[in-house]
Design a protein around this ligand. Sequence first.
Ligand SMILES: NC(=O)C1=CN([C@@H]2O[C@H](COP(=O)(O)OP(=O)(O)OC[C@H]3O[C@@H](n4cnc5c(N)ncnc54)[C@H](O)[C@@H]3O)[C@@H](O)[C@H]2O)C=CC1
Ligand SMILES: N[C@@H](CC=O)C(=O)O
Length: 350
Amino acid sequence: MTHHDIALIGFGGVNRALAEIIRDRGAALADDLGFDLRVVAITDLRLGSLMQSDGIDLDTALAMTGTDTFAGMPGGDAEPRNDYVIRHTTADVISEATFTNPIDGEPAISHVRAALESGKSVTTTNKGPVALASAELNRLAAENGARFEYEGSVMSGTPVLRLAGETLKGLRISRIQGILNGTSNFVLGQMEAGKSLEDAVAEAQALGYAEADPTADIEGSDVQLKVVILANELLGAALTTADVPRTGISGITASDVISAAAAGEHWKLIGTVSRDESSIVTASVQPLSLGADHPLAGISGATNAVAFTTDLLGTVTMSGPGAGRIETAYALLSDIIAIDAHQKTFAGAL
Ligand SMILES: NC(=O)C1=CN([C@@H]2O[C@H](COP(=O)(O)OP(=O)(O)OC[C@H]3O[C@@H](n4cnc5c(N)ncnc54)[C@H](O)[C@@H]3O)[C@@H](O)[C@H]2O)C=CC1
Ligand SMILES: N[C@@H](CC=O)C(=O)O
């Protein structure tokens, strides 16, 4: 049986949900997947840091709230000490799930860099490092014999990056169009049902869908990061957020949404990536009112969907959860499974 020790950097909704999965399903996962998981370090802005190389008691950690602190526990400290913990933990996998910073990706980029420099693999749902530094971080991973995995950075637990990256090979994709933000899609649906934008955002926050600053969801910068990731990962582009014009949904009024619905249409925040005949890739983010015949028109709630326009298959649409604690934690687990599989393949090849 193989073992993976995990360090959780940021102990909010998503990494807590990963800890719950490990606590509640660890034994079943070991039977199914052939490896054991153990959490040996946790850091968080509010709780501080905890390093216990023989495994942290997850019931105790999960019972802690934002007013508690790890200080006073064996291996505990009131400060997160992210860099120290990442470099010195006995974990072989670092799970980075701190706030996404859409401007410069920090401090998450530094967390990922520190992990990879010390030969530890990384799983992350944080869009900043992936959209803003994936070339450097993938290079660093390769140089240090580690893996950088980020399935949950687009469409939460729905495996769009691996699915499209593997199963659409050999097709020419000319367009990727998607509903890529669960919060804004949920909010637009709630507005159709008569709720105010503010009340709908508060509900999305309570459900664990929204960013720490939900402006990123409403004003489109979250989708901007995701279209950069799709363009660069799946179309081999080298876009940055500066290349992607963006308009969010704050200008869409309740009456816009209700009158569109009366005409059989639905407002959606749409991210689009296009590749022309000369392979020039462009991208944008904007709200569009979609007619009922559009493949994305019926996607509701926090569900996300992506329609790929291809030469040999026409349009291929993938949909699934786009936000949520457990759904997103599954993406982290799927990355750990990929890291394990890669290590076993590599060991088998030696
Ligand atoms: N919640 C969701 O549905 C999804 C979230 N994500 C991404 O996953 C990441 C985590 O999301 P959530 O857990 O929902 O967010 P959250 O806001 O619930 O948790 C983030 C945690 O990180 C901690 N933190 C922030 N900066 C830190 C730092 N410098 N050092 C140590 N701890 C720090 C905070 O104290 C908080 O506990 C975010 O980057 C988010 O964009 C991605 C896909 C879906
Ligand atoms: N806040 C985001 C979470 C996933 O990236 C969303 O609502 O889609």
